[in-house]
Design a protein around this ligand. Structure first.
Ligand code: SAM
Length: 202
């Protein structure tokens, strides 16, 4: 079995190879990110984390949602992805941090929301890792797991079939979130959007 650092190395190698081209591969996703962020109900002054922020595609809509008085933090494990975020100027919208989402150097309950796009499939221990995110979000705060295309469209793009054990299937995700301190409040899996929203239990 792999240990945590093997998993992290594998993730870093995978995304380092893709970082320079990441935004060019998916040039039309911007509106989908903006729409997903709009659905979170963020307010002026909120503190929000983009977990696994990559090249920072969500940082601009997150900043727009929380305004200049809010806090936007983008965390990623892969330096090359964060470097691409800086080259794209997205560090203007949020503070970037090289870290594992399961080991965030943040105070408990210091955030109002976490946005994670394309993240959960890359987590080595999803239940444990989601529980770490629970720690840093206040009770009643929100977690959004997003992807700009749905599960079936993504599987087709990757040339694979969806299997019943798919982590993001509603029947798997709901209990996974519940076991990690999150109550799922909405779930959408359509061709042009995957968005599961959960609330941090008290
Ligand atoms: C599919 S990419 C999505 C990037 C970005 N959220 C987007 O939507 O364009 C997944 C990102 O998660 C990061 N990642 C994976 N596991 C992580 C972890 N445990 N902690 C922090 N970042 C992680 C990867 O380095 C990668 O940048």
């Amino acid at each position: 079995m792999r240990n945590m650092s093997d998993d992290h190395t594998r993730v870093q190698e995978f995304f380092t190879a893709r970082a320079a081209d990441w935004d060019r591969r998916f040039p039309d996703d911007g509106p989908a990110y903006a729409a997903a962020v709009a659905d979170l109900g963020l307010r002026e002054g909120d503190r929000v984390l983009d977990a696994g922020c990559g090249t920072g595609r969500a940082l601009t809509p997150l900043r727009a949602a929380v305004g200049p008085s809010g806090v936007v933090l983008g965390v990623d494990l892969t330096p090359a992805m964060l470097q691409a975020a800086v080259r794209a100027g997205r560090d203007r919208d949020g503070q970037l941090l090289l870290a594992d989402v399961a080991g965030l150097p943040l105070r408990s309950e210091s955030l109002d929301a976490v946005f994670g796009a394309g993240l959960i499939a890359h987590l080595p221990h999803p239940a444990e890792d989601l529980r770490h995110l629970t720690r840093v979000v206040r009770p009643g705060g929100v977690l959004a797991l997003f992807h700009p295309i749905g599960r079936a469209a993504l599987a087709a793009r990757q040339g694979r079939q969806i299997t019943p054990d798919d982590l993001r299937a509603e029947h798997n995700l709901r209990p996974l979130l519940a076991g990690s301190g999150w109550r799922m409040t909405s779930y959408v899996d359509e061709d042009d959007r995957f968005l599961a929203v959960a609330v941090r239990e008290g």
